[in-house]
Structures are given as structure tokens and as C-alpha cells.
Design a protein around this ligand. Sequence first.
Ligand code: HEM
Length: 441
Amino acid sequence: MKTSTIVKTVLDFDVAEYVTAARVAGRRHLDPALRGRMADLYVDLHALLTGSPATLDRRELRVLRLAELALQSEWKLAARTGEGVEPGGPEGPRGTRYQPYSNVRLLNHALGTRRHASDAVVERHCRQALKYLVDSWLGYERRTVRGEETWGQLDLPTPRESEERLSRLEALRAAMRPWPALLDPGPAPPPRWEDYLGEAGRARILEYLINLPQSSKHEENVFLRVIHLTEAATSGILARTVAANAWLESGGYGAAVRCLALATELALLQIDIMLVLRRTMSVESFLGFRKDTENASAIQMASAQTLQIHLLGVHPRKVEALGGIEENAFLLLYLNRHFQPLRSLLQRLEETDETRPVFAAARELDEALFRWRRLHLGLAHRYLPKDVMGSGGTVGAPYLSGFYHDRIFDAEGRLFPHPVPLAMPPIDERVRARSVFSPLN
Ligand code: HEM
């Protein structure tokens, strides 16, 4: 296709029609012709953007780059899987499924987790997004209870589950009241990509473009909301952890304490978010939509794996799991002696009156994240039938119990050494180092 035709086709694409179609019956039932058109357009657009699009002005480029994120998701989901499909062949598979299923690249766009964004800016955007997403979820649940919601209404929670969910969401919202807010996205998805740019566009991306469940089951919609909230909190924690490490390396102890404290605030919130799921979603509902998500597993969640590595280093038992996920294999490059996670930085730090607050702040963050991992392991035990594999291809709960207790401090508050220091395994030559944030954006 000619450049001008590609640009025109992208600009004329009706975003509202796509969102509405995906919402009506679930993304799994999206008209194959529409998905096929989006997938083909992605291929052309990708080629255009990776070439030298010198003829395009800045505004056009911004629109095309945003559209590329959404089109890529459909291109990935259009890939065929299973027998007879050649790995690396034109039909698929096209990367792992968690990223397109959850539309993580679009979410990261709304969070502004770009290479040069400061930790303060990323954290502010994450808080705005968290506040928006909780509000949006609360609205969705309230409309459902009143019988006014128009999508995602299959297999509703019981009145008791809804009541508890509403009260937990209200508590979360109250805790976020002083946080900065996003602009109102408006009552319906706008038709042009351009409307999803800039400050106003951020809430529109969060409201209309990222939450596109495979089915119209209410609880799958909720599951995706929990994933997005966890992603947003994790990015904020990661931004502040990376900054704390940098301050520690340069002796800025006061600033490191502040960064760790802000990270802990988000880590505690992340527990409350997961508790909404744990306390209000039945096992039957979870199993009712699990198949629809196919093999989208948060083991492929790059932000969470990156955070773990900046805190603890690469765990020896994770090498295989990380290396086995094409998009995350670059994380093994952190297995080098120049990289110092928080654990190593603390081990080299002498405990004095000046540094004691750093240890105290790190202990609180470590404890909050440990509590989240323990809660998550409990989910795997509760929601997955015994001996069932995880959707990420691991042995499930036993995989998680292999290292959920690996942490910076032991129960008495003493520093834990790194399990076993490792050398870098041979890494495929196509793997390239990437910046901490939005490695795939
Ligand atoms: C009932 C709900 C859930 C169950 C039963 C569950 C189960 C599992 C299992 C079995 C794994 C191991 C990898 C695999 O083979 O898939 C895993 C990994 C993971 N899950 Fe979940 N999960 C649930 C919800 C969530 C949610 C809502 C999030 C938030 C984003 C999440 C984040 C993660 C992360 C970050 C990992 C990677 C852990 C690691 O490699 O250390 N999970 N989950």
C-alpha cells in the first residue's frame, strides 16, 4: 500500500465501531473480517513506521503511533495457534498473549512510561490512572446492580458479592480522593484515533481501549480491571524503586527513603486491589471465564518481572521461565555484575544513624510486596483445581511457591542473601537490551 493510502486508512478507521463491536459479544467474537482488516493494516503501518516516514508531520506520526498499539493487539490475537502452525511463520504465533489480551502497550501509553519520563511523572500518571480505573469500575458495578449496564452482563456476581465489592471499591476510592484526577472521557467512545491523544485521550484509552474482554462475562471484565490496576500500581512502584536504587548508589539517603515510602504506599494499595477479587469472585465464576483468556498469563507481565529484578536480582529458578518468554528474555541481561538490585545495594550499606531510615523504608516495601505474593499464591491454590497447569505453562501454584518467599529481609528483619549468584546463560543474539520502562512500546 502507498504511504498516503495507509495514512488515510488509519485516519478513517472507526474506533467507536470497533470498541462497540468488541464490547457487544466479547473480543473473541469480533467479526473476523474486521480483525483481519486491523491485522493487515498493522502490518502495513508497522512497515511504514519502522521505515523512514519523513513525509509525515508530527501530529500524523503521533496518531499513527497510537493506532499501531491497538492494531498490533488485534494482529497478535489474529494469530493461529495449535497444531500445524509453524513457529515464526507468517500465521503465528505472534508473541505471548497476555500483552495483547490486556492491551498493556496502550495502558503504558496512558501511563506515560516512556524512556525519559522521570519517576515523579510516572508515579503521578500511575496514581491518576489508578484513581480513574477504580472510579470506572465502581460505576460499572453500580450500573450493573441497578440493571442499567449495557455490556459484560453474563454470569453476574451474587447480590452479596456485589455488595461487598461495592464497599471495598468505595474504600479504595476514598483513599485516593486527594490524588490527581484525569479529565472526563465522555459518555461514548470517540470515533477517531486523534481523540485518544493528549491529556483528554488518557482517560479515553483507559475507559474504551484497554478493557476489551474476550467474553461478555461480567467477572472476566472484572478480572481485566484488576490486571490493569495491578499494572498501574506496579509501574509506579517500579519507577520509585529504580529511583531509590539510583539515590542509594549516589549516597542520597533521604531521597531514597522518600522513594521507597511512596513505592510502599502503592504496594499496600495493590494488596487491597487484589483483595477485591479474592473476597468477591467465586471459584465457579473464575473457572467460567478462564478458558476464554486462553494462555494469557501474568507470568508474561514485564513490569512485575522487572520490578522483582530491581528489588531482588534474577532468581535462579526464574531463568528458564524468563528465557522462555520471547518478550521477556532481555531481562536475563540483568544477570551481570554491574547491575545492583536493592538487595545488593543494602548489603553493601553500613547501618548507621544516617542509613537506618533507608533500611526501615526498604523493610516496609519488602513486607508489602511479600504480602501481595503470598496473597497471589493463595489465589492460585484457591482458584485452580489441584494439579492443573498455570495458563503460562508452568506447574501453577508449585511454580509460585518456589520463590514467593524470596525477599530482601527475613522475618526478623535481617538481610537475606541472594539465593545463588548466577552467571548469564547464553542468550539468543536477537535479544536486545531495553530501557526499564515500556520495553515494548
Ligand atoms: C484467580 C486469579 C489468579 C490465579 C489463579 C493466578 C495464578 C497464577 C499462576 C498459576 C501463575 C504461574 C504462572 C503460570 O503458569 O500462569 C501466575 C503468575 C503470575 N500472576 Fe497470577 N493468578 C491470578 C490473578 C492474577 C492477577 C489479577 C494478577 C495481576 C496482574 C496476577 C499477576 C501474576 C504475576 C505477576 C505472575 C508472575 C509471577 C512470577 O513469575 O513470579 N495474577 N498466576
